[in-house]
Every structure is written in structure tokens, then in C-alpha cells.
Design a protein. Sequence first.
Length: 164
Amino acid sequence: MARAATPAIAALVAANVPHEVLSYQHDPRNDAFGDEAVAALAAAGVEVSAEQVFKTLVITLPSGLAVAVLPVPYKLSLKAAAAALGAPRAEMADRAAAERSTGYVIGGISPLGQRKALPTVVDDSVYAWDRVLCSAGKRGLQVAVAPADLVRLTNAVTGDVLAA
């Protein structure tokens, strides 16, 4: 059996979860990673809505790091994410801490296959889709999965975590 390209893909294979890996050319000058993924996939003829592509943000709770997964076009409500995870507050995690904990680089952080499983909240809009895309663990690589599989494999809670 061939080695999976990333720990995220390896996690999907190990769990026997149906998925599709989609790649695009990442521009190293572009740090709007989610927007780049949406535009590049659309340019490649992949029919996908921006709201169907989910970004992975690492946040800090008083108890430690956690993950919020939400559609690319929206901003995260730190207050809502903290509440969904049972914490009084949250803030964006330090880049180095996020990369060290997940084993991925910013712009390629996947909610799947992280070095250390973190408490995770997925925006409940995930269920509006038959499949959603999220980072496959590398810039320029997305994976399409069923929403229920994403939630189950990340052991996530769901809730409305979008900023008003």
C-alpha cells in the first residue's frame, strides 16, 4: 500500500472513510489560503461553493489549544467558539504553537490527522452540504468528505461559530 501524502489523508484511509483529494498550485506569495483554495479549485473546474470550503483555525482556551472549523468566507466568533467548547473565552493561537501542536504549517492545517488531537468545534453550516472540503494537511491540497465523517473523525461538537 502506498504511503498517504499527509497525516490527514492517512487518517481518512485508516478510518476507511470515502474521500476525494483535490490539488491546486499554491502561490507562495499568497497568504489568503482559504480564498486561494476556493479560487484555484473553481479555476480548475471543480464545482464548489466558497461556503462549502472550510478553514481550520487554532484557538487558545484557558485550558489549552482547540480547533474551530468554519466556511472560508466567514470570520470566527471567538466567543461562540469558546462557548461551544465549554470555555469562558478564546483567542487566536500563536502561529508557532498552532504549527507545533498540529504538525502542520499555517495555511495547511487540517482538522484531521493532527499530531495531538485537540478539542474541535465545526460550524453547524457543515450539514448544509453533501460534502465539504478542508485542508488535506498541505498548502495546495484539499480533501472532500461527508460532513458527518468530518465531525466524527475530529470528535467535534457543532454549533454556530460565525461572527455576526
